[in-house]
Write a protein that binds this ligand. Structure first.
Ligand code: 9WN
Length: 447
């Protein structure tokens, strides 16, 4: 492992510099605490300092709403951040915490995975007390997911904004937007090419070239979608008829399936009762997940909540059922074939966030092509549980090569390996540390 020493040191340095005391900021352009970022960061931090890793998770819980939701952002304090806090105005909801200003939506439920991974670094007694400490929050979060986000009791949870998936501009959501959902005022902006002028005022493209971020039309739509949610104080039952997006996302539900398994393991370990209603819902999720499979294209997809129409645009989410587990060995093998195919998900620096043959593919644009460390980490974990160790090792190696060559960037060009987005990115650093750490044989192979 000595040839990994430089990458390891660089990664440690990033986490040290991004440390804001209670939590770790994703990178310089992202000064707040993000839900799934902190989960991935805790997974890396556990190898350096278990107490600090616990704190990363506990600081997330300070943002939890009284209805159980864990918000996708907890804003930094300070006058300079008022503008960001005001965009969301979490105080419009009676459920928002008094002590923290937050967003009003969630992000993929990586919490249970992070709790378990941090727990793996403890002795049994300490681990049980850790589990007991976070159990009420974890339980309340999963109960919220079903109560609010599965209103018809169908087993899959819905998302009301692309930011909830963490894959902001991924093809299935953006194609829904462009084909069916674009608000009239944005259509006009687009037709008159006013986006070229509006784009000059964007904050996010001041430090990162605009070809690597969302298009201005997409960015405007995401803000429009956010305003609609704010107008309804983020109350799901009021939002449903009002939201631009109501989609049962594939990445989110894949992560939920795995998180539910972790929740059950945690409950078993501390002999906690899981409410029967939640147990019933969790079982239904595993079953309902198979409704996302399309036998014609042999892939899983997200689904429109109302019509149940599959949104047949392949993206890196299409591979995340490997992480979910529970899918058949045959279907897992079909997904592995996609990873092996150099014209789809298998270019020189895998795994692209959008397959190379997609009309949406752009090797530099955010979640429409670049290779990201967090989705790769999820896929590696899934590959190992299905016994594809050779594939998992090869993917790990190519990721470490990227960091050794360029440092901990936010994302990378999957064809050339060129570093893109923000430098010194938290989860790239944390997951590098985790990939370098000796693997632990703790995960079960699905039946
Ligand atoms: C919006 C922080 C977050 C990640 C998301 C990534 C990006 C935010 C943004 O940054 O989203 O939440 O400003 O684009 O898409 O996955 O959690 O790193």
């Amino acid at each position: 492992m000595s040839d990994n020493a430089d990458a390891l040191n660089a990664a440690k340095e990033v986490l040290k510099n991004n440390d804001r005391g209670l939590y770790t900021a994703p990178a310089e352009p992202y000064p707040h605490q993000w839900l799934w970022d902190s989960c991935f960061i805790a997974i890396g931090l556990r190898h350096l300092d278990v107490e600090r890793a616990k704190m990363e998770i506990l600081s997330l819980l300070r943002g939890q709403w009284s209805n159980g939701m864990i918000p996708h952002i907890i804003f930094s304090r300070g006058r300079e951040y008022r503008r960001d806090q005001n965009i969301w105005r979490s105080w419009a909801s009676p459920f928002a915490p008094d002590k923290a200003k937050t967003s009003g939506i969630t992000q993929p439920p990586m919490l249970a995975e992070a709790i378990v991974r941090v727990g793996q670094k403890m002795k049994t007694v300490e681990r049980r007390s850790w589990y007991r400490q976070v159990w009420p929050n974890l339980l309340a979060y999963h109960e919220w997911l079903y109560r609010e986000r599965d209103p018809h009791g169908e087993g899959l949870v819905l998302q009301v904004h692309p930011w909830e998936t963490g894959l902001d501009n991924s093809p299935p959501w953006m194609s829904e937007l462009q084909n069916h959902l674009l608000p009239t005022w944005i259509r006009i902006v687009k037709a008159l090419r006013l986006d070229l002028i509006i784009g000059l005022f964007r904050r996010d493209t001041r430090k990162i070239p605009d070809g690597q971020r969302l298009s201005t039309v997409e960015a405007l739509a995401l803000f429009d979608a956010q305003r609609r949610l704010r107008r309804k104080a983020y109350n799901t039952s009021d939002i449903l008829d009002h939201s631009l997006f109501v989609i049962e996302d594939l990445a989110f539900n894949s992560i939920l399936v795995r998180a539910n398994d972790h929740l059950l393991d945690i409950a078993r370990s501390i002999r906690a009762d899981v409410p029967p209603e939640l147990l019933k819902n969790m079982k239904l999720t595993v079953k309902a997940f198979e409704e996302l499979w399309d036998p014609y294209t042999e892939m899983y997809y997200p689904r429109d909540f109302v019509t149940h129409r599959l949104l047949k645009e392949p993206s890196v989410s299409s591979l995340l059922p490997l992480y979910a587990g529970h899918i058949s060995k045959e279907r897992a093998a079909a997904l592995v074939k996609l990873i092996e195919n150099e014209h789809l998900f298998g270019p020189a620096y895998p795994i692209p966030s959008t397959p190379l043959n997609s009309p949406w593919f752009n090797p530099e644009r955010y979640w429409q092509g670049p290779t990201w460390f967090n989705t790769n980490w999820l896929i590696i974990d899934g590959l190992r549980r299905f016994g594809y160790h050779h594939h998992a090792d090869a993917l790990t190696e190519s990721m470490l090569e990227l960091v050794k060559e360029h440092g901990c960037y936010e994302y990378f060009n999957p064809i050339t390996g060129e570093p893109l987005g923000a430098e010194n990115f938290g989860w790239t650093a944390a997951l590098t540390i985790d990939l370098i750490a000796p693997p632990k044989a703790t995960t079960r192979v699905p039946k």
